[in-house]
Structure formats: C-alpha cells, structure tokens
Design a protein around this ligand. Structure first.
Ligand SMILES: [Zn+2]
Ligand SMILES: [Zn+2]
Length: 252
C-alpha cells in the first residue's frame, strides 16, 4: 500500500497537498500499478510515492465539485503506458520465441549432455572433498568445494535453459503454446477450461486487463478533452498552476 506509512499520521500528512510531487497520482485517479501485482512474478515492489486514502478522498470531493484534474490523468496515463508498453514488448518477444523453430532438438540434447557431465563432475568432487577432509587438507577441500559451487551454478543455468526450451519450443512445445495477448504469459492449448479459467482469473492477468481498460478509458477522456478544445493540456497546466497557487494560499 504505497508509502503512506512513511508520511505518518496526523499533522505531517495534512501538509501534503494533492499536487505534491511525492503524491502518487495513479493511486488518486485509479489503481497504482504497484498495487496490482503484489506477491506475483510481476511484483513491482512498494510504490515510491505516497498513497494516502485521505488525499484520495479529497481528490474525489474536488472532482465532484467540478474541478478538473487533467494533468493528474495525464500523469496516470503515462504511468500505465510504461507498464503496458513493457508488457507488449514481452508479448512480442514471447511470440517470436514461439514462432521460431530452430535446431531445438539438437540444442536440448546438448544441454542434457552438459547437465549430465556437470552432475558426474560434482559427484566426483564431493567424493574428493570427503577424502581431502579425512586427510585433514582443509584448504584443498575448501577450494574443491568452491569448484562444486561453480559447477552447480553452471548446471542450474543449463537446466533453466532446458526448461525454457521445453516450455516454449520443439514439437512437444511450440505447437501447443500460445501467448496471452493481455499479460504475456504462455498458455497451453491443451489446458482444460478449468486451468484457462484460473489463468484469466489470476492476479497477473487481471492486473494487466485492468491496466489496459483504465488506459483505454483515459485515452478516450484525453481525446475527448482535446476534441472539445477547452482543455488542451497546455492551457490546463496553466490553469492548474493558478489554481494551485490559490489553493496553497488557502492552506497555509
Ligand atoms: Zn503509487
Ligand atoms: Zn493472461
């Protein structure tokens, strides 16, 4: 929930006005992307800006009174855009991985061979470490153990590559996979309805679906403003600056 805790309760928070740079406009206008993916692979961590329920209530009241916050919406639009464009790039990359069917059988064979080699070598080293330990050669044993750690790391890398290949390519993989065009996850065509339903109801998918809807709505609003002509961003900014000055006078 944003950095509200950092602001602390009471007096300090009241000093912060809606237009304060530290206030998260995304949280005021809609849903901050940082709140959408908590505890998922896409967890964005805590928002560096302030999420304040009381400021959001104030924003809503001001809006109901007819005050327009064009620049807030624009800031939110830009924030959403960052994450959506990023997701779109991931979708394209995932799609490219599916599209290409190189010598993947050969590649995965080679990876499996290397993994096997690493495993054997690690086993040998562990035996040797035992012997060195028995002989009291601690220094050499530690050196050997360091080598084991490196080999384990290298093996893990290849295992990961192999999993990735198995998931996304090859006769067993790529025919059956497709990329979710909302959240960039791989979906299996063989998944039953239940699993697909789980995906579409999952936090990640819903998070991106929500962002895309919010983004579309904001785009429409910005376009409508432009069409009306009375709320072009530049004029809006000037007006809001004037308003801000008035507001700040009222506040202090
Ligand atoms: Zn935020
Ligand atoms: Zn999805």
């Amino acid at each position: 929930m944003g950095a509200e805790a950092l602001v602390g309760p009471g007096a300090k928070r009241q000093e912060m006005s809606l237009r304060d740079q530290r206030v998260c406009k995304s949280f005021l206008v809609g849903i901050c992307p940082h709140d959408l993916f908590t505890n998922t692979k896409q967890d964005l961590g805590t928002c560096p800006k302030v999420h304040s329920d009381s400021l959001r209530a104030e924003y809503k009241r001001e809006k109901e009174r007819g005050r327009d916050f064009a620049e807030f919406e624009y800031e939110y639009l830009k924030d959403l855009e960052k994450y959506i464009f990023d997701c779109n790039r991931r979708i394209e990359a995932a799609q490219r991985r599916l599209d290409k069917t190189p010598d993947e059988v050969e590649k995965s064979k080679e990876l499996m061979r290397q993994i096997e080699e690493f495993s054997e070598s690690i086993d040998d080293s562990l035996v040797e470490i035992g012997v060195l330990g028995d002989m009291g050669l601690v220094e050499q044993a530690l050196q050997e153990y360091h080598q084991v750690k490196i080999k384990r790391y290298d093996r893990a890398q290849r295992e990961r590559d192999l999993r990735l290949m198995a998931d996304t390519s090859g006769a067993s993989g790529h025919q059956k996979l497709q990329v979710c065009d909302v959240c960039s996850a791989y979906l299996s065509r063989l998944d039953n309805d239940r699993r697909l339903a789980d995906h579409f109801a999952g936090k990640m998918h819903l998070g991106y679906a929500q962002m895309r809807t919010l983004y579309k709505d904001l785009q429409d609003r910005v376009a409508a403003r432009k069409a009306k002509g009375d709320r072009a961003p530049d004029r809006g900014d000037r007006r809001s600056r004037d308003r801000r000055r008035r507001r700040d006078r009222d506040y202090y």
